[in-house]
Design a protein around this ligand. Sequence first.
Ligand code: DGT
Ligand code: CA
Ligand code: CA
Ligand code: ZN
Length: 582
Amino acid sequence: MENREVARILRQTAQLLEIDGAIIGRYRSYEKAAELIYSLHERVEEVAKDRKKLTELPGIGDNMAEHIDEIIATGDYGLRQKLLKKYPATMLQVLSLQGLGPKKAAFLWKEFKAGTVEDVAKLAREQKLREVPGFGEKTEENILKAVEFFQRSTGRFRINAAEKTAEQVTEYIQKLGDQIDLITPAGSLRRGKETIGDLDFIVVPAGKSSQKKIDAICEHILKFPPIEQVLAHGENKVSFLLPNGMQVDVRVIPAESYGAALLYFTGSKEHNVALRGRANVMGYTLNEYALTTLKGGKVVAGRTEEEVYAKLKLPYIEPELREMTGEIEAAENEKLPKLITLEDIRGDLQMHTTASDGKHSIEQMAETARELGYEYIAITDHSKAVTVANGLDERRTMQQIKKIREAEKSVGGIRLLASSEVDILKDGSLDMSEEVLAQLDVVVTSVHSYMNLDRSAMTERILAAIENPYMQILAHPTGRLLLRRDPFDYDMEKVLDACRKHGVVVECNAYPDRLDLRDVHLRLAKQRGVKVVISTDAHATVQLRVMKYGVETARRGWLEARDVINTLPTGKLLAALRAKPA
Ligand code: DGT
Ligand code: CA
Ligand code: CA
Ligand code: ZN
């Protein structure tokens, strides 16, 4: 069981207990355990094998350890199930509404029997809550925003989860061996979107296609052991649902239609519509089988995507660009970007170690980075304001700089930049003295508190931080957590213009929960002349490998290698950063 899942069950139990009117100490203990396990680097399943190790974790007593054992053993928790019988199951969705909280949810249930997201939305829409003590107009507004977010995000998955499931499905289908020629993902996963609705695959049977071959392939796929429910089984298509709620659509397509089908099922829908329109104007018709002449129905392309684009008098358009945001005009004018690739990346400028909330030492991070072929990394532990992450004050930062210098010598073969992820405080000042900032090779800054400031206050705060002459990189600039937390509200254009003016670089945080800046903002940054750095924010050595998701997002933002500073060798990288005050 994943830590995330154990934490979710504990958190839901806490919330249900609070609704149920339990005393604060009781539900807080579940909440604390949930937080702890969520951010634990070891697998809780492993830790729990040794009761002593489990109870050594802060806040986990014998009772909680038993609950955790039960969750790991049964996949659920008796008390949670009991509470869920008392309240509608949809209450969990109500509780997931951002900013509502169990207290308000409990009140709405008692007072209005509101047990679904829709019930709550209706109360807010009909303005029934503004007179209620503890609510008010602002709460109504926030509830409607949260409902909108809920509706947007349910049923979607983070890219790393989608990719993992896609690998499992691919591996299983590949067991068909020489019965198939190839299997390839299409849809939003191929376009590198940061969240994925469902998985789409194209499978090509080996040799000349026949219904018999297609049937055999479909039969095999439907025997994939984890399948929870078969949703469709057509002539050349199967759809099914997996236990994690992910839907998978597989189409079996003959080789001569592979390109047309891949194009069609990669989407986006809007890009496809535009291509079909273009085809019609040129005297063709385009569908998932082929590009065909309108008169006479002669097939002119279909085997590869390149062939279809070429017949439409266009160069190949990378999947990440197929969002109908100007890619067809750019293709016509030979203005398509030469997109950055993972191989262009030479270093990683955000990661944490055991000094703050990371799992591995400076040396371990450095060794893994060297294995990845990097020329440099920056060690960026948190600053003191982030107390939950054991952030470093000035004194510890000075010690850390020393340790980084020593580690650079002992590890060898990779440049270690002394850095810190310095907190941007509520008023925009930085959480570190200028004397210490001056000692750092690179200053990464970010917001981790007061995330709900209103638009003008948040804009002022970030602009004030940018005014600090030591500030060089604005990390995870909008603070969004995918499917969990909306981005901060501020004037992005003003902030980007200030970054440009002061030579501040914006981060594309590659961590799959963040991917922040997002695609459209990266593109805006480029248009505004602001450089980007793609950093992993790794808290453990394996997480250094999430760089690929950041690169995907950068590709969706039309970025080229020259737009991204960590494609530069060390000397040029340092020169690309804002100059330190003399
Ligand atoms: P997702 O799954 O919500 O993350 O996004 P997509 O883009 O993967 O969407 P999906 O799975 O519904 O369909 C995959 C691609 O197949 C989509 O990008 C375009 C194409 N497609 C699917 N259904 C239709 C349709 O009804 N009309 C058109 N024109 N294209 C479709
Ligand atoms: Ca899809
Ligand atoms: Ca689909
Ligand atoms: Zn951070």
